[in-house]
Design a protein. Sequence first.
Length: 236
Amino acid sequence: METLIIAVLRTCFSFLILLTVSIWIGKQVNSHNNHYNFALSVTLGSFIANMGFDTNLKFTPMLASFIALIFMYLISSLISIKNRRFRLWLSGEPTVVIENGKLLDGNMKKIRYSLDDLNQQLREQGIFDLIEVEFALLEVSGKLSVLKKTKYQSVTKNEIVSTNTSVDIHLPIELVMDGKVVEKNLNSQYSSAWLNQELQSRNLQLKDIQYAVISSNSSLIIDLYNDHLKSPLDQE
């Protein structure tokens, strides 16, 4: 009877701990948006299961290990915010599987992604013909992000495009992330000199920029660390 009561109390206490942690860092863990978060959530579940049901294990050492895991997660999260290379190693990068309407077989083989998987995920987005796709990227989470060709995109009320107008579409090019230039994305058109000139014309310095990208319509979009918003929206 005593063992039963202890098991019930341990389970209730463990559940409260997990609930508290989920409220605290739940958005990142629950989303499973990368391999690290997936592994962390599985490990947290294992800890809670053992803390609650395995009465042969002492509760205090398990709790200490659980807390240590949480602190390890927080430290790695802080490092990844400031270090893009560490963040990419920890979280991974999306893989382009369709570019300019053509399948990239080499990339698909590297990630062991079959045509059946591709077609299934396209169908789930209402796309039944590969001819409609301009670009497709397989995210780290396993979800497929798709950019349709212009003529297959839904037209909104604000978009009145002449049928004779030709619009060039390309994959967005990230030039700056976390105040650092993404060197591998620079080319003859978007060179370091061009970027510096654009920043000078806007009276900006590289250290002030959180994110800069060439959009799919060739526009330079810049997001600053300090956006000078008087009342930033804080709705979750």
